[in-house]
Design a binder for this molecule. Sequence first.
Ligand SMILES: Nc1ncnc2c1ncn2[C@@H]1O[C@H](COP(=O)(O)OP(=O)(O)OP(=O)(O)O)[C@@H](O)[C@H]1O
Length: 244
Amino acid sequence: MNQETIIVFDKVQKIYGDKYALKNFNFEVRKGAFLTVVGGSGGGKTTMLKMINGLLMPDGGRVMVNGKDTAHTDLIALRRGIGYVIQGGALFPHLNVRENIEYVPRLEKNRLTEERIQELMDMAALPMDMLSRNVSELSGGQQQRVGIARALAAKPEIILMDEPFGALDGITRKQLQDEILGIHRRTGVTIVFVTHDLREAVRLGTWILIMNEGKIVQQGTPQDVRDNPNGDYAQRLLEQLDCG
Ligand SMILES: Nc1ncnc2c1ncn2[C@@H]1O[C@H](COP(=O)(O)OP(=O)(O)OP(=O)(O)O)[C@@H](O)[C@H]1O
């Protein structure tokens, strides 16, 4: 394994009934990458993401994170090093912002210092006076920011993001994209970010993976993908960039 590789998919298969969600999927994620995974509905993006933190296991092949096969690893320890952000933030609605952010570290008997909480709020561009607010009173964009602060709390090596900004208006979406780019730049965390939106994928990614029907259509830098679309599917997807 390449020293700089943090996640490896090795001949991974995932089958539901007689349909492959992932078919002979081989892929490596470099440490520190901002990988964006793009493609149409049902292409296998969420399936591949959930295999990284062991929410799903392969039916064939293996997924390695930091050199360890997820099928033979302590899943709690694995998830401790992986932040997970999904659409809507999946916050605990009855808890306030502080309690949401402190939730996982507390389970592990790690108290976050006030300094660390301030740092997390700053990274997510949230004001400190929001800590005592109940999350159900916050806007969608604010909730998503709390989800990001919570995912960062345990200083993960990897952050998985599944359509995190899908439900937000254009302006809020752009602000959150800027925030996550800043977090990536400052912390060097490896990010795997699933989106339907090629424009978002190109804007954020250092590396782009285009998937369709459980297979890789194309991968490369945003520039490579734009300049040399591989086949009809990539070409049609890229046409989104030119109209709109
Ligand atoms: N629990 C499940 N049971 C049966 N089929 C499933 C299940 N989860 C996913 N699938 C199927 O596997 C395929 C890949 O789904 P997946 O959610 O990974 O795609 P996706 O690219 O993330 O799609 P979307 O962008 O719509 O979320 C789809 O055909 C889907 O219907």
